[in-house]
Design a protein around this ligand. Structure first.
Ligand code: ZN
Length: 315
């Protein structure tokens, strides 16, 4: 794969040649073969890939870019994913600057007639929460809002609608199926919203510290409070001063729950818990999910799982 710095200077033709070279490589180490006759859909993160599968059903072959355990903020696509992208019919990203690496990638490698879907484009500005210096490397204009909108099922519904329209645009012959699948799935998401509302309303603790500001929209929707985060910029570990300020804040606000994330190191959270002398509990809360783990394989399973994790320590 080309070094990131080189990407900016590679012409479209040169990128094409590089792809031919990649295609000629033996298949060793590559994943499954693309499924013939299906609309190829490239999607960045697990929840977005799941929305594409739910709406596309049997008509689509979805390639999820950011694997479980990787951070969408700093991800580098593999050469196999670049090949997939070079003849994908649709590319879907979360938007709002979450995947700072996509803009360049799509322009350089994406098929000329590919439909690009910014899944957050339909979310009205009044629903968006301003980010506190979130995305390293993102254009300032893209980094204004917190990008973790999918963790509010009501905003996820708007993402599903954007994906539905993208699939319809790329494959109008099957518009009826995409619309029907989306309708059914949206009713499941409305049900999920009710489930989360009921689950969280039983919490006696309303405040928590998150690993990074991933649960801002979730907290707002369900009346919880993300009082602080360990890493404002994910991937940049906090210094001793920041940790002790966070511990003070937690004492002041009587916060006893710290969530880590499977994508990042739990070290700082464990240090905070050790410092608290046993009054602070640490649990892993996954904002993305993992298609290979039945507990969090779909977006709906992930959300139910996360409510379960929260219940253990906030009820
Ligand atoms: Zn994030």
């Amino acid at each position: 794969m080309r070094a990131p710095g080189e990407r900016h200077t590679v012409t479209r033709a040169a990128a094409g040649l590089a792809l031919v070279a990649v295609l000629a490589l033996p298949a060793a180490g590559c994943g499954r073969e693309p499924e013939a006759g299906k609309l190829k859909v490239a999607a960045t993160i697990a929840p977005i890939a799941d929305f594409c599968r739910q709406v596309g059903g049997d008509l689509v072959d979805v390639e999820m870019f950011v694997p479980s355990g990787a951070s969408p903020h700093t991800y580098e696509p593999t050469s196999r994913q670049m090949v997939f992208l070079s003849d994908a019919g649709v590319f879907v990203h979360n938007g709002l600057g979450l995947e700072g690496w996509v803009t360049d990638l799509v322009g350089k490698v994406g098929a000329a007639d590919m439909v690009v879907v910014d899944a957050s484009a339909r979310i009205p500005g009044r629903e968006l929460i301003e980010a506190a210096g979130h995305e390293p490397g993102a254009e300032p204009a893209d980094a204004v809002y917190d990008p973790h909108v999918w963790l509010d099922p009501n905003l996820a519904i708007l993402q599903v609608e954007a994906i539905r329209d993208g699939l319809v645009e790329a494959d109008p012959a099957n518009a009826g199926t995409y619309r029907k699948n989306a309708r059914l799935y949206i009713s499941e998401l409305e049900e999920l919203d009710g489930y989360v509302k009921t689950g969280t309303s039983a919490f006696t603790a309303r405040k928590f510290v998150a690993f990074h500001p991933a649960f801002t929209y979730f907290a707002r929707r369900y009346g919880l409070e993300q009082v602080g985060v360990i890493e404002e910029l994910p991937g940049r570990e906090p210094g001793a001063g920041e940790i002790s300020r966070l511990i003070d804040l937690m004492e002041e606000q009587k916060v006893q729950v710290v969530f880590t994330e499977p994508q990042f190191s739990p070290r700082a959270a464990e240090a905070i818990a050790a410092e608290s002398g046993g009054s602070v509990v640490v649990r892993a809360l996954d904002p993305l999910g993992d298609p290979d783990d039945p507990e969090t394989a779909t977006y709906i399973a992930l959300m139910r799982h996360d409510v379960g994790v929260m219940s253990e320590v906030m009820k």
